[in-house]
Design a binder for this molecule. Structure first.
Ligand code: AHR
Length: 501
């Protein structure tokens, strides 16, 4: 029988709230329609931001939001998105769907969105097609509090006070859509561009994110770090705070991808197997980071992750709109448990993307909105934000699935905050419930304060705009607590939250 041993006396490190971050790009209906409908919309909004969506995002305590891309970031020229809206440039979004981008959502609107959500700001700068001056002026525009051309421009555009930029990405995927660069070339640009990401507010320094690798491209990580920390090593503090990693789960590979809803049992395991690969990726890239940064001062920022399926039939292929099932919930549960367990290195992560794109937490259609199964997982896991990871280990369980796509039967992570222990469990099996014994170190009578589950008898079921609550977090009573031991029956294909004290 499977056993989970929890040592509540051994704290392994803080789980940064930013691990539960999100990503929003000018792509499809993520920004326009999904988050921003404009002040004159008939859809309820505050300063153009959809009220229903903002409320749903507040419920999952979004800690940080990355913007404006993605690939879009390395073609984005921020000055196109400021000033009087009617005079802002209209252009074609060449990366995504070939639609008109009217720049009505720009820097001011992004800052307003983050204010309403109550989250930190992560701006991604343009290295691929932008200049050092452009990047430097954007930072000045957003964060300088004195007299300067850019600060004056911001004030003239109606924002007297500077904003707080918490994170700034120096380019995006510069090995690919961000300029097809070689790692050494990018690293030299990183050294140069980041120099001009000035810290105008010394008390609230901007954390700089260097463009890391895709998937298992270890060479990029090695060469970028070697070049960055080579000859005439720049001052460490404030030079690089995070290194990114992007990893998407394509069940059938990049070309075919596979349907989001119509999948076989084998594809279930294939998808979860590929999601579980995140564990290796974090460890392998982390080992290289350890070489250059043994004290773990640089965080890993997995600022694009999630499932990438074939778009929903009849939708614009460039909009990357996909539905979401219990399979996505499992991918989220598996991935977030991995991040929690590696909180010594993973300091930020952003699911791709927030609304209407890829593994979205919210889908919209006109004035309707629904929360996906992934939203519910973020809701269940929100207690881990800012908590202390506890030592925990599983024994007595095996792997499951077809030979080529084996996955662990169960994955878990455990944290503690304000005296309450949060346990998040995933049963990856499509066919078998799992009996699990949980044992704590302390000999005391633990009491369950909250228990919920996400599952569905048909793992292909989706929430629709007419039936938005079909797959959702529900009360769970499949446990018995007796002193320091608990017995839990984890239903097949489920994500479970237990809170005890
Ligand atoms: O999230 C969609 C795209 O995936 C992003 O624009 C890019 O960074 C990545 O390749």
């Amino acid at each position: 029988m499977a056993k989970l041993v929890i040592n509540e006396n051994k704290k392994m490190g803080r789980i940064e709230p930013e691990i539960y971050g999100h990503f929003s790009e000018h792509l499809g209906r993520c920004i326009y329609e999904g988050l921003y409908v404009g002040e004159n919309s008939t859809i309820a909004n505050v300063n153009g931001m959809r009220t229903d969506v903002v409320e749903a995002l507040k419920e999952i305590q979004v800690p940080v939001l990355r913007w404006p891309g993605g690939c879009f970031a390395d073609e984005y020229h921020w000055k196109d998105g400021i000033g009087e809206k009617s005079t802002r440039k209209k252009m074609i979004n060449t990366h995504w769907g070939g639609v008109v981008e009217d720049n009505s959502f720009g820097t001011h609107e992004f800052m307003e969105l983050c204010r309403q959500i109550g989250c930190k700001t992560y701006i991604n700068g343009n290295v691929g097609s932008g200049t050092v001056q452009e990047m430097s002026e954007w930072v000045e525009y957003m964060t300088f509090n004195g007299v300067s051309p850019m600060a004056d421009l911001r004030k003239a555009n109606g924002h007297e006070e500077p904003w707080k930029v918490d994170y700034f990405g120096v380019g995006n995927e510069n090995w690919g859509c961000g300029g097809n660069m070689m790692p050494e070339y990018y690293a030299n640009l990183y050294r140069r561009y980041q120099t001009y990401v000035r810290q105008y507010d010394e008390k609230n320094p901007i954390k700089k994110v260097c463009c890391g690798s895709n998937d298992n491209d270890l060479r990029w990580t090695e060469d970028v770090l070697r070049t960055c920390f080579d000859h005439a090593q720049p001052q460490f503090h404030g030079f690089m705070d995070l290194l990114s990693l992007h990893y998407y789960v394509f069940p059938e590979g990049w070309d075919i991808k596979g349907s989001a809803t119509d999948y076989t049992d084998e594809q279930w395991y294939k998808t979860l197997n590929k999601a579980y690969l995140m564990n290796d990726l974090v460890e392998h890239h982390g080992t290289i980071m350890d070489k250059y940064d043994p004290e773990k001062k640089i965080g890993m920022s997995v600022d694009e992750w999630g499932t990438w399926f074939t778009v929903e039939p009849g939708t614009n292929p460039g909009f990357l709109y996909q539905q979401s099932t219990v399979r996505d919930a499992l991918v989220a549960g598996i991935t977030l448990n991995i991040f929690n367990k590696h909180c010594d290195r993973v300091k930020m992560a952003c699911i791709a993307q927030m609304v209407n794109v890829l593994q979205a937490v919210i889908l919209t259609e006109g004035e309707k909105m629904l929360k996906t199964p992934t939203w519910h997982v973020f809701h269940m896991f929100r207690y881990h934000q800012g908590a202390e990871l506890l030592e925990s280990s599983l024994s007595g369980c095996s792997t499951t699935g077809p030979d080529d796509w084996q996955v662990p039967e169960i994955t878990e992570s455990v944290s503690e905050k304000d005296g309450v222990i949060t346990i998040t469990l995933n049963n990856l099996s499509l066919t078998d419930d799992q009996e699990l014994t949980i044992q704590f170190a302390e000999d005391k009578a633990y009491e369950v304060t909250e228990a919920t589950i996400l599952t569905n008898s048909d793992v292909h079921t989706v929430n629709t705009f007419d039936a938005p609550d079909t797959v959702k977090e529900e009360a769970f009573n499949g446990y018995e607590a007796a002193g320091r031991t608990m017995k839990v029956k984890l239903p097949k294909a489920s994500v479970v939250l237990l809170r005890v004290k």
